[in-house]
Design a protein around this ligand. Structure first.
Ligand code: SAM
Ligand code: SF4
Ligand code: SF4
Length: 338
């Protein structure tokens, strides 16, 4: 690319989060509450889902537009059949410096080795508590802690290093267990990242009272294991970093609600149905699957993708803090990819 593609606020397009499937084997109430996502819920059909071929083609086009990092997500990405084959193809795309995957860890024991072999660079595993009863409440009673930790152990043995552990913190549900989670990984190479519970989508009944703020999270953990801020690894890093004063590693805090970071947001999202979103909170995506299936050329697709990014003005989280009432929300996270 000659001139870098930037949006209305001069933000380049750098990352693409690819939701490879809308289905998930968990029912975390903050994401896919079981009351709504029951047995009769209509997930995408195989025909509606992007095929491997289509994901790879779109990924190549995004890479041509300036994307250097892919993150595979969902839904639960490991529920998509033949994911390692898809990873192998994405790993070969020129210009891709970072290929990561976020998973709930349930099927990791089975797939970690294949994913490493396929060329996946990095892993993020979601684990909201080490207390089984609390974890079960957070995941809709679909998994035990030991199952996820077993997946983590296989991932380590397969050669994944510095694994990130994501923990969404919800007031009155798992906040009393976050210190233990931090302690468990202190001194290891893995980094726990505590995430403020967000108001993504319309189904989780979000209210501000349920959010444990980044400041509170830091106070809770810091009271036990003193911390100090440490500079970001690169501009625009989503998590704020804090290192333990005794030198035993670090944690991250993702303060999307109380300290929004839209100014540096270089992330695009591709939903499992081929919609292209320029913000996690966007109402509408741009359909890429239709033109792709109708035979659009690479040039036409690049025009479409580039045009949407050039017009981009999203900064939902920054606006949210300036509203007295929470503005209307858009698509669900399981669909467009967290
Ligand atoms: N199923 C995979 C998993 O859970 O890791 C990948 C998809 S999930 C949507 C991606 C990340 O988004 C997870 O770490 C999850 O905890 C987080 N997440 C989901 N809903 C959230 C919410 N309402 N607020 C904050 N984080 C959320
Ligand atoms: Fe599934 Fe991940 Fe959503 Fe939980 S957060 S329901 S594991 S997609
Ligand atoms: Fe990026 Fe939208 Fe999140 Fe702001 S609210 S950081 S623009 S995804």
């Amino acid at each position: 690319m000659d001139t870098p593609l930037t949006d209305k606020f001069n933000r380049p397009i750098r990352d693409l989060r690819i939701s490879v499937i809308d289905k998930c084997n968990f029912r975390c109430p903050y994401c896919m509450p079981a009351e709504i996502f029951g047995a009769d819920y209509n997930f995408l059909t195989n025909h509606e889902l992007l095929s491997d071929e289509e994901i790879v083609r779109l990924a190549m086009l995004f890479a041509q537009m300036g994307v250097t990092k892919f993150r595979l997500t969902g839904g639960e990405p490991l529920v998509r059949p033949h994911l390692p084959q898809l990873v192998a193809r994405l790993a070969e795309i020129p210009g891709i410096q970072d290929l990561a995957l976020t998973t709930n860890g349930y099927y990791l024991s089975k797939y970690a080795g294949q994913l490493k072999e396929a060329g996946l660079h990095r892993l993020t595993i979601s684990l909201d508590s080490l207390d089984d009863e609390v974890f079960q409440v957070m995941n809709g009673r679909k998994s035990t802690v030991s199952r996820v930790l077993a997946g983590l152990a296989v991932a380590e043995a397969s050669g994944f290093q510095a694994i990130k552990i994501n923990c969404v913190v919800k007031r009155g549900v798992n906040d009393h267990t976050i210190v233990a989670l931090a302690r468990r990984f202190k001194g290891s190479e893995h980094i726990v990242r505590f995430i403020e519970y967000m108001d993504v989508g319309n189904l989780n009944g979000w209210k501000m009272d349920d959010v444990v703020t980044a400041d509170e999270i830091l106070r809770l953990i810091g009271a036990d294991m003193p911390l100090e801020p440490t500079p970001p690894n690169y501009p625009g890093e989503v998590a704020n970093r804090y290192r333990y004063l005794d030198g035993e590693g670090e944690i991250g805090v993702i303060a999307s609600v109380t300290k929004p970071f839209c100014g540096n947001c270089t992330r695009a999202r591709l939903s499992s149905a081929g919609e292209y979103y320029t913000c996690l909170f966007a109402h509408n995506g741009t359909d890429l699957r239709g033109p792709l299936r109708a035979g659009a050329t690479d040039e036409e697709m690049l025009d479409l993708i580039g045009g949407v990014w050039r017009r981009r003005t999203d900064r939902y989280s920054e606006l949210r803090t300036s509203f007295t009432r929470v503005p209307a929300k858009g698509a669900e996270m399981y669909r467009l990819g967290g």
